[in-house]
Design a protein around this ligand. Structure first.
Ligand SMILES: Nc1ncnc2c1ncn2[C@@H]1O[C@H](COP(=O)(O)OP(=O)(O)OP(=O)(O)O)[C@@H](O)[C@H]1O
Ligand SMILES: [Mg+2]
Length: 457
């Protein structure tokens, strides 16, 4: 899978790339300007030197003579250690100097120095030539003064400047890169602050995000807030629906059942009585299914945002037992409580725990014979062990794992009404609290033992 790209990294890479381009441009520009400036200086001195020589030209009886001024060449020597060459030609004949020194592509305008770069005696030389007419006569002699100088000094200067510029460019790049990293981190700080604020929230906290957000994040925060508002209202609607549905399904079914029982008593014909009994059983089954399905929905719903309320498990057990006592009484079943003295504090969702307990106790009553005992125990170790033991038909050799799956009923149910959701509910409640549901056999004889093991949080 492709790794999600980090905005911070991308921002940093882009800023670093810009810094690299700018640094390179800086080095190239400095180098260009420096070498141009150095070349210009050399050209100026060469031209001054050539002009000084040209100024020393004179004509005696039609012959061109030259008194070579020392300063003309010494001014070139001041720049560096480069070698200097000169040549003076009169009508293309060498008057003095290096006869093989090339002449710049024939200067055409008088007194205007022309420049070129040539190879002379194996070295690159910069060369300037000046054209003069020296004469008394009308035509005069065409004198060309050429002065040349090697360029190694110039190259050295350019290189020195390049090295310095590269160093400065590199320093600039490093500085800009560091600043880019800081800038990228600081630009994204509001985002990480917002992420932190949302992450720190509890699972059921759907309040809108009110942290200060930069303008760029405002649409995202707006979308997030409107999404949470929709989710909140949808969750509230679901919760209301579950509660309402439970009420609206159970009440009319209970009424119909009572009516059916009354009718059953009034009827005499056995086939009519049987028909009503079948009807009562069908009502029981659908009422039970509807109740269990809604309870299961409620448990799943609450598990998503588990409430951790401080509660007393002993009181919770007593309350559930009291609620089921009439059903147990019908079968002369005694609900024995072996609880520690005093309260058993625990943090969890009371409604969910009650649903789990109700289902386990309901099973124990349903699958037990008349005139038997059901024992509810609490043992407190590192975790809370809440076990309900009965003297009923037991689990036999059934696979415990499969009994906790949805709508799964055992082979031992006989004609007992049920929908196969009771243990699923109890299991989900245990898991939501970080614990587990344990099915086992009654160690003291016939029957089943179902335990909720709940760790302290
Ligand atoms: N105390 C028990 N003694 C014997 N068998 C049990 C006991 N509790 C559960 N069982 C077995 O486990 C199965 C699953 O129990 P569960 O409570 O999930 O479903 P149910 O009781 O059949 O239906 P309902 O959803 O109405 O409770 C039961 O069908 C039964 O076979
Ligand atoms: Mg059950």
């Amino acid at each position: 899978m492709r790794q999600p790209t980090s905005i911070r990294k991308r921002l940093f890479y882009q800023l670093a790339a810009v810094a690299a381009v700018l640094s390179l441009a800086f080095v190239l520009v400095v180098r260009g300007v420096a070498s141009q400036a150095a070349e210009g200086t050399q050209d100026d001195i060469l031209a001054a030197s050539a002009t000084a020589i040209a100024d020393s030209l004179s004509s005696e009886q039609g012959e061109v003579t030259l008194e070579l001024p020392y300063s003309a060449l010494s001014m070139l020597g001041t720049i560096n250690e480069d070698r200097v060459f000169y040549r003076v030609t009169v009508n293309n004949e060498t008057l003095t100097g290096y006869a093989d020194l090339p002449v710049t592509n024939a200067p055409t305008r008088l007194d205007t120095p022309a420049f070129s770069t040539e190879i002379y005696r194996g070295d690159e030389v910069r060369l300037t030539s000046i054209l003069r007419r020296v004469s008394n006569s009308a035509t005069g002699s065409k004198v060309v003064v050429t002065v040349a100088q090697t360029r190694s000094g110039l190259a050295a200067i350019t290189q020195r400047i390049t090295v310095t510029a590269t160093g400065v460019g590199l320093l600039f790049f490093l500085l800009a890169t560091t600043l880019s990293l800081l800038a990228a981190t600081s630009a994204l700080r509001p985002l990480s602050r917002m992420t932190g604020a949302v992450t720190r929230r509890g699972p059921s906290d759907l309040r809108p995000v009110t942290e200060d957000t930069p303008a760029e994040l405002a649409p995202l925060v707006g979308a997030l807030n409107s999404f949470m508002a929709r989710l909140r209202s949808s969750l509230t609607r679901t919760e209301d629906l579950i509660t309402e549905a439970a009420h609206r399904v159970r009440t009319p079914l209970a009424t119909v059942r009572t009516q059916a029982e009354v009718t059953h008593r009034k009827l005499n014909k056995p086939e009519h009585k049987q028909a009503i009994r079948d009807m009562i059983r069908a009502i029981d089954e659908s009422s039970r299914s509807a109740g269990q399905i809604l309870d299961h929905a409620m448990v799943t719903f609450r598990a998503d945002s588990l409430a951790l309320d401080p509660l007393d498990l002993a009181a919770l057990i007593t309350e559930t037992c009291d609620r089921l006592a009439p059903t147990a009484d019908l079968k002369d079943i005694a609900l024995l409580r072996k609880l520690p003295d005093g309260p058993v504090p625990f943090k969890g969702d009371g409604i969910m725990l009650q649903a789990a307990l109700h289902n386990i106790l309901d099973n124990a009553i349903k699958y037990s014979p008349e005139d038997s005992d059901i024992t509810v125990r609490i043992e407190v170790n590192s975790a809370l062990h809440l076990s309900i033991t009965d003297q009923g038909r037991g689990f036999g050799d059934m696979d415990f794992e499969s009994l906790t799956t949805r709508y799964a009923r055992g082979a031992n149910v006989g004609d007992v009404v049920g929908s196969g959701l009771g243990l699923t509910i109890a299991d989900e409640v245990a898991r939501a609290h970080g614990g587990r549901l344990e099915l086992s056999h009654n160690k003291e004889g016939q029957g089943a033992c179902v335990s909720l093991i709940l760790p302290y949080v």
